[in-house]
Design a protein around this ligand. Structure first.
Ligand SMILES: NC(=O)c1ccc[n+]([C@@H]2O[C@H](COP(=O)([O-])OP(=O)(O)OC[C@H]3O[C@@H](n4cnc5c(N)ncnc54)[C@H](OP(=O)(O)O)[C@@H]3O)[C@@H](O)[C@H]2O)c1
Length: 295
């Protein structure tokens, strides 16, 4: 397998890179602003940069894990979000088609309005923020431009992050330094351990699956309960966790209140384990305890 990973400095992309290298795949990663040794700097919004990486590496599979994932930044800078998440996806899909490479697009539960999650693959998307809209348009591009596409929708990722940007890591770091944290009990999703998502993506590629697959954790829970689980497993002081409502957080972008994904379709096909939050967070803790680097 000759796999190009766009966004290999991110939470999922870095894990996918390490996991596929372990399997002796010929993998190549890209970063944008957080340099990683041995990876190429690619701005997916820049057509010529995208052409260069395809023409030099000539992948047979492309995992698109990159883009602007900061939901509030997308709301503040919609043009930038469109340039990267929509135009960038089009740039990559065009080159993937030229090379007859399979495109694996990673998408999100934020394409839904959050009235009635967790959502199945057949539910009708209706995004309520710029991020969700750009991701849905990226999905449409993959469907329209590619003969073969795999869209993997996921939700609320947690896991190792070299850049320290991940929500769970920020919560852990803040609580370890005795800072109070705020978590909404009217905001639901299905938190997903990046390691288990990476294994599922690999299996979907190996099994040559096509179409849309939800891959997420098996627990549908609100942020307040999630942060309390983090506190339990990382042995942090629960008195630092404040229960709030989504509206109290005064976020720039609206959040889908009951999002999350139903994973029964992927569970039937894949051997990879779909985890409860408790299991995933325990594995994440062991990973952090054994890490040889600061996160
Ligand atoms: N995080 C979540 O909770 C979540 C939930 C549902 C779905 N998803 C989806 O899952 C995928 C992976 O998410 P993640 O959390 O692993 O992402 P992430 O950690 O935020 O990483 C994003 C990656 O995209 C790269 N990137 C940013 N701007 C770019 C540009 N202009 N051109 C090329 N690459 C660019 C980043 O590079 P630098 O860091 O080097 O700038 C980084 O490697 C994304 O498609 C996201 O939409 C994420």
């Amino acid at each position: 397998m000759k796999l190009l990973i766009i966004g290999a400095s991110g939470v999922l992309g870095s894990r996918l890179y390490d996991d596929t290298i372990k399997k002796k795949w010929d993998a190549m990663g890209t970063f944008f602003s957080h340099e990683r040794k041995g990876f190429f700097c690619v701005d997916m919004a820049d057509k010529s940069g995208v052409h260069k990486i395809f023409d030099s590496f000539r992948p047979d599979t492309v995992a698109l894990c990159g883009g602007i994932t900061d939901v509030d930044l997308c709301e503040e800078r919609p043009r930038l979000a469109e340039e990267v998440n929509i135009k960038g996806t089009a740039n990559i899909a065009e080159k993937a088609r030229e090379y007859e490479a399979r495109l694996v697009l990673v998408s999100t539960d934020y394409i839904f309005n959050g009235d009635s999650g967790p959502y199945s693959e057949e539910d009708k998307p209706s995004p309520i923020n710029v991020y969700g809209r750009t991701k849905l348009e990226a999905e449409n591009i993959a469907r329209e431009k590619m003969k073969e596409y795999l869209i993997v929708r996921t939700a609320q990722l947690y896991g190792r992050d070299y850049r320290g940007k991940n929500f769970a890591l920020k919560i852990i770091k803040n609580m370890q330094t005795n800072k109070e944290v705020y978590a909404a009990d009217d905001f639901y999703s299905t938190p997903t351990y990046a390691e288990s998502l990476s294994q599922s993506v690999i299996e979907l590629i190996e099994k040559d699956c096509q179409g849309i697959f939800n891959v997420a954790g098996t627990d549908f829970l609100d942020r307040y309960s999630y942060v309390n689980k983090i506190a339990d497993i990382f042995r942090l002081k629960k008195t630092l966790v404040n229960k709030v409502l989504l509206k109290d957080l005064d976020l720039k972008a609206a959040r889908p209140p009951k999002a999350g994904l139903n994973v029964s379709k992927a569970e039937k096909i894949l051997d990879a384990s779909f985890m409860t939050v408790e299991k995933g967070l325990n594995l994440f803790k062991s990973e952090l305890d054994n890490a040889s680097y600061e996160m």
